[in-house]
Design a protein around this ligand. Sequence first.
Ligand SMILES: [Zn+2]
Length: 103
Amino acid sequence: MPRCQNCDFKWSWKDVMKLSLTGKKECPNCQKRQYVSSRSTFWTTFLITMGFLIPMNVLRSYYEIGWPLIILAFLIYIPLALSLAPFLYKLSNTHKRFGKTVE
Ligand SMILES: [Zn+2]
């Protein structure tokens, strides 16, 4: 789980989920506003996408699974991946976009 960049408080899964929905949230311990760091957003999206595409490509080349099954697997995978995403997030004191600090 990510830690607050201000007070090193370890956030709960629920708090990180709330943060990932809105992009910003006050630390439950020190009340300083925290953001998801842009680098961790990139890597989380990347890992979630690859974690689906690679196994699906392997399955499709070895077994002839059809699109309905792939779509079904996708519908199962997304909630699972989103519930695991908080473990990959890192917190940040500032909100950076295109390398600039946005308040
Ligand atoms: Zn804190």
